[in-house]
Design a binder for this molecule. Sequence first.
Ligand SMILES: NC(=O)c1ccc[n+]([C@@H]2O[C@H](COP(=O)([O-])OP(=O)(O)OC[C@H]3O[C@@H](n4cnc5c(N)ncnc54)[C@H](O)[C@@H]3O)[C@@H](O)[C@H]2O)c1
Length: 317
Amino acid sequence: MTGGAGFIGSHLCDSLVEKGYTVRCYDDLSFGSIRNIEHLIQNAGFRFLQEDVCDFSTLNDASRDVSIIFHLAARKIPRYGDALTTLKVNNEGTRNVFEAAAVNRCKVLLASTSDVYGKGNPPFKESDDLLLGRSDIRRWSYAASKVFDEHLALAYHDEKKVPTAILRFFGTYGPRHHRSWWGGPQSVFIDQILNNEEVTVHGDGSQTRSFTYVDDLISGIIAASENKEAEGEIINLGSDEEITILDLAKLIGRIIDKSKEPKFKFIRYESFGGGYEDVKRRIPDLSKAKRILGYEWRMRLTDGLSKTIEWHRNNPT
Ligand SMILES: NC(=O)c1ccc[n+]([C@@H]2O[C@H](COP(=O)([O-])OP(=O)(O)OC[C@H]3O[C@@H](n4cnc5c(N)ncnc54)[C@H](O)[C@@H]3O)[C@@H](O)[C@H]2O)c1
């Protein structure tokens, strides 16, 4: 698995090890952490390699005798960071993964993203057109790189006979998520409210998202890896419990302390640099995931947030 020391990857490692699979966790620790996987290190079925997906020869060696590569290593939306690293890792890294899979005859599960739907009309269906914003707005480099990855995956599937499934993850949360905007708004809001700080909301907070608890996402990824019908397909995975970002912050506030409402600080998109553009509404159509994988999300947002807040409390930064 690439990106196995990251948020989703470490939970996937847990689940695969628990199911008795042998797991090679390949991660350069640029955004992941040893803390996420240290409980697995002593396990005979688990091996950690601190390496870069952009290094083909090491990745190719690590892929020998592997039956499936779960490809999760990636850089995300450069909200504050640079676009070049996102473009490099998500393109070179993914090409290396598919080339190694072709050489070593293994299947690939590609982690794609709901961001590829861009500014289309939700709920988003896999058969929808993709509507990305302008190329001179830096944040779209992430979606563009993942669209490239999806084309690459389908080309390797069709032309080099590499079995592959493309999974479009919608916003996922839970313990071990990165404690910055890299980990999504809930990560930042929880720490800010626990620390009695102002809550920084991007834009006016009226944009909506759906939030998937990590265990639900993992069940979908595992189902896709075990199901032949998923090969050659693009499948949404997420939850369709929709909420505005401002209401998400208020809900976290109420779970932490019912007696007081947090103070908000609204951050204008223009202040990000690189010209930021947010997606106004984002929810998935999950009928394909249900039909092919029997996938259904179970964790209500309030319950999942309570578990996540507990983890933040027990793991001060
Ligand atoms: N978390 C979400 O809500 C979400 C939503 C949509 C898609 N995704 C996708 O799911 C995947 C995992 O996301 P996550 O939230 O766990 O992110 P994460 O940043 O926690 O995990 C990514 C991991 O990849 C590693 N990595 C980055 N560059 C690397 C490189 N060059 N070589 C080796 N390892 C490298 C990082 O160290 C990190 O551990 C990504 O592909 C992401 O695009 C996540």
